[in-house]
Design a protein around this ligand. Structure first.
Ligand code: NAD
Ligand code: DAU
Length: 333
């Protein structure tokens, strides 16, 4: 199989490419990535001599058309992915997550290429304590510019399936953790703060809940859907990993031998979603998927070890990331 992976220099995409090249040597991988601030070519170093890398934009219609014409399938990870950035500068989110998706859809339509669309549980909005978890039938209700543009991209995919008969599947996953995640995101930010002796920073009261899944479990599910998913179907991906943000910080503090209250509360995120939770029954029952990282603590310890061992990967962007948070108005409360 010849596979085009968009966003393969980002967090989930790079893990997907590494997993694919290692476990499926019969697959030929081409990565298309614009190398935005979130892309890091070195995340592909372990497999660099076994893939083709194209530096380019998914919204470039001619480039995308040419690349798609030479493959059997596309897995689309590329996105602007960070909620906080979408609150300070929404335009790149509209351009990449909506226009970029349009560009891919037109190309897979023209060349009749199989397409898998990677999306997020945030398209469903948030849940209150006690609400049942999201299912494939939950109505879309996005809160942030990021999640609204991801919801828009999903809608385009559904329309292209129905109107043009493209062979597409979608997956909407919960919060990923693991190696190669940018230090702007919650878990790597706190790990790298702790490595630097800085106190973790919790938004608002730290009461929000996220449903954590290891990135390798997400990517195995993507392969299951790509190979055996029903065309036109959405699959929710999650590993029953609900935890409060404060609990995650306490677990990290324990990993570093620090007291459980050794953190700061900082300015809350505008419009902050309270809780996400995934019911992955369709994926489990229909495709037999099971997470391998059933224990979050073990996965978290491995992730801490990875950031300790790979300081050269994250150090170059750490100071600028913290400066951006300060410039966006983050203050201790
Ligand atoms: P990321 O920000 O780490 O990586 C995004 C990658 O896309 C980067 O390499 C970047 O250079 C590239 N990119 C951005 N704009 C581009 C463009 N116009 N053309 C080509 N490449 C471009 O993101 P991530 O966390 O790896 O997320 C990957 C996908 O998974 C996204 O679609 C995201 O919505 C989805 N997702 C993420 C999570 C999560 O917890 N991180 C959970 C569910 C779904
Ligand atoms: O649910 C899937 C989504 O998960 C993906 O679609 C997004 O691409 C991904 O970024 C993630 O979105 P979140 O907004 O949930 O992730 P983030 O890592 O930004 O924040 C996780 C939680 O931690 C959230 O409640 C905000 C909080 N937080 C975040 C940071 C960076 C803090 O309390 N302190 C922080 O410093």
């Amino acid at each position: 199989m010849r596979l085009l992976v968009t966003g393969g220099a980002g967090f989930i995409g790079a893990n997907f490419v590494q997993q694919t090249v290692t476990e499926r040597p019969e697959v030929t991988v081409t990565v298309l990535d614009a190398l935005t601030y979130a892309g890091n070519r070195s995340s592909l170093d372990p497999v660099a001599d076994r893939i083709d890398f194209v530096h380019g934009d998914i919204a470039d219609l001619d480039l995308v058309d040419e690349l798609v014409s030479g493959v059997d399938a596309v897995v689309h990870f590329a996105a602007e992915s960070h909620n906080d950035n979408s609150l300070t500068e929404p335009w790149p989110f509209v351009q990449t997550n909506i226009v970029g998706t349009y560009s891919l859809l037109q190309a897979v339509r023209r060349h009749e290429v199989r397409y898998h669309h990677v999306s997020t549980d945030e398209v469903y909005g948030d849940l209150a304590a006690g609400d049942p978890a999201f299912t494939e039938r939950t109505p879309y209700n996005p809160s942030s510019p990021y999640s609204a543009t991801k919801a828009s991209g999903d809608m385009l995919v559904r329309a292209w399936v129905r109107s043009f008969g493209i062979r597409a599947t979608l997956s909407n996953c919960s919060n990923n953790y693991g190696p190669y995640q940018h230090v702007e995101k919650f878990i790597p930010r706190q790990i790298t703060n702790l490595i630097d002796g800085v106190r973790p920073r919790l938004y608002g009261g730290g009461q929000q809940i996220r449903d954590w899944i290891h990135v390798d479990d997400h990517n195995r599910a993507v392969w299951d859907v790509l190979e055996r998913g029903r065309i036109g179907q959405t699959y929710l991906i999650g590993a029953d990993g609900e935890l409060g943000n404060r609990t995650v910080v306490e677990l990290l503090l324990a990993e570093f031998g620090r007291a459980p209250d050794d953190f700061d509360f900082v300015t809350d995120r505008a419009g902050h979603d309270q809780r996400y939770a995934i019911d992955a029954s369709t994926l489990r029952d229909e495709l037999g998927w099971r997470p391998r990282y059933a224990d979050f603590r073990t996965g978290l310890a491995a992730t801490v070890a990875w950031y300790r061992a790979n300081e050269s990967w994250w150090r170059p962007v750490k100071a600028a990331t913290e400066r951006a948070y300060a410039e966006a108005g983050e203050r201790t409360i």
